[in-house]
Design a protein around this ligand. Structure first.
Ligand code: HEM
Length: 429
């Protein structure tokens, strides 16, 4: 097997002129104390961390090994997700070009001021990197959803044979899982009641409590995404004014639906259609009336600020424009993350019911299955609004047409802020 650490420095005659450099590099490598695969990966620590409690109680249960390794594998992947998530949050916070194309200096503009460790302006040239890392998180989560099935090969009877030994240890005490939730943007007030006191399990572990508090105070991915959406080009009321145009399209669409309903000869169908139009009007009212929107935010039924919500709708409707392509993919990846975590919760709950039934308390002291089932609701969907955007779509032919200027603005690929300014100046008005 090729050594993953030292690599393979070839002696290719075509590159003979580089050979001297290679030889020198080789010398340097050779002078370093030889690093072995197991040393690099600290395998001595990782592979000796499977301590079977059942064996210590002289009653070794074969499947406890799988139980431990599965949890450890989860924790390692949680670590990688947090690593990616932190880096994505930094990218979202980077100080550079703004969405309005003005290329403000990062050092002296007030909106770039650090706030809770992050600034307000996204360097749009980082969008592709953000997307790559979010997609990596999505793939890891897919793996984690499936990984549950391996543990399900353990039978409840086998689990019963060692479960008592590990009490009161529980996944409820997984610090990394809580950090992951908080960094994504799960809010304390949206958690189910038992979960709201999740900090208590960390007791006197001051490091864990400190890390949790920091994760609650820092800007979550959700907050940073909202800030970014707020700056969606086209929302400016003095310019394209997307929201006003979209509102007119919706009114036209609903008026047409109402007319069609009135033409319906069958009275029962007519009433059904009219009721449907009225209910749609009421739903649309919640996005056109800012106070209604804010009331839903207060009730936890909507999460995004009013302008972030508008940005998300705009990107969704014009996703075919080149400049909205990556933002649209980012929105899709955020939904994937939410839905995969929900799927993980679901698979975990089903496994828990299979292992301990629905009437036994969890080792962490909760009601077990019943508690976990209650976490399956929309409360834990950080990007809930993105899922609900479909309610507010209009058919393609009713999407407000872009002005020529707006079309140019959105046809320009990422990181072309200066060229965009130049084109705007030299061409169309
Ligand atoms: C036989 C397998 C498993 C059983 C029976 C089980 C059982 C439970 C129970 C009953 C709870 C509720 C808290 C409590 O009172 O203990 C819980 C929570 C939790 N478990 Fe598991 N679990 C299993 C496997 C796993 C695995 C493989 C992971 C992966 C890390 C995991 C992670 C978690 C997490 C993160 C929570 C907290 C969830 C929340 O509060 O939303 N569990 N588990």
């Amino acid at each position: 097997m090729a050594c993953p650490i030292a690599g393979d420095i070839s002696d290719n005659s075509e590159h003979i002129f580089r050979r001297q450099d290679h030889d020198q590099d080789n010398d340097k490598l050779n002078q370093r104390p030889a690093m072995l695969y197991s040393e690099y990966l600290c395998l001595d620590k990782i592979l000796s961390a499977q301590r079977l409690l059942s064996a210590e109680y002289s009653d070794e249960v074969h499947d406890e090994h799988l139980f431990i390794v599965t949890h450890q594998a989860y924790e390692l992947w949680f670590k990688q997700i947090i690593f990616e998530l932190d880096s994505v949050r930094v990218l979202f916070s980077s100080e550079s070009n703004s969405y309005d194309g003005s290329n403000k200096s990062s050092s002296n503009h007030s909106t770039t001021k650090q706030d809770n460790g992050v600034s307000h302006i996204l360097n749009e040239s980082k969008t592709l990197e953000i997307l790559k890392r979010l997609n990596r998180i999505v793939l890891i989560l897919k793996l984690l959803v499936d990984q549950v099935t391996i543990l399900e090969t353990m039978t409840p009877l086998d689990f019963m044979a060692f479960r008592d030994y590990l009490c009161p240890a529980s996944g409820f005490q997984s610090l990394q899982f809580r950090l992951l939730e908080n960094k994504l943007g799960v809010k304390q007030e949206h958690r189910v009641k038992y979960n709201q006191s999740y900090m208590r399990v960390f007791g006197r572990d001051s490091k864990a409590i400190e890390a949790i508090k920091r994760s609650e105070e820092e800007h979550s991915l959700n907050i940073l995404v909202q800030r970014w959406l707020t700056r969606t080009p086209g929302l400016e009321t003095h310019d394209f004014d997307f929201w006003e145009k979209y509102k007119r399209s919706v009114e036209k669409m609903l008026a047409e639906q109402e007319q069609a309903a009135h033409k319906q000869p069958n009275q029962q169908i007519k009433e059904y259609l009219l009721a449907n139009v009225r209910s749609r009007q009421a739903v649309f009212e919640t996005i056109f009336n800012e106070s209604l929107h804010n009331a839903l935010v207060l009730r936890g039924e909507r999460r995004f600020s009013y302008s972030a919500f508008q940005g998300a709708i705009m990107i969704t409707l014009y996703r075919d424009e080149p400049r909205f392509s990556q933002p649209h993919q980012i929105l899709m990846a955020l939904m994937d993350i939410d839905s995969l975590i929900t799927k993980w919760r679901y698979n975990h709950v089903i496994m828990v019911q299979r292992m301990i039934g629905s009437q036994q308390l969890g080792t962490g002291g909760s009601s077990g299955y019943q508690y976990l089932k209650s976490t399956l609701s929309d409360r834990y969907k950080v990007f809930l609004d993105l899922f609900n955007l479909s309610t507010f779509l209009v058919p393609r032919h009713m999407i407000p047409p872009l002005t020529k200027q707006m079309k140019i603005k959105l046809s320009i690929a990422w990181n072309g802020w200066n060229s965009e300014d130049n084109q705007n100046k030299s061409g169309d008005s």
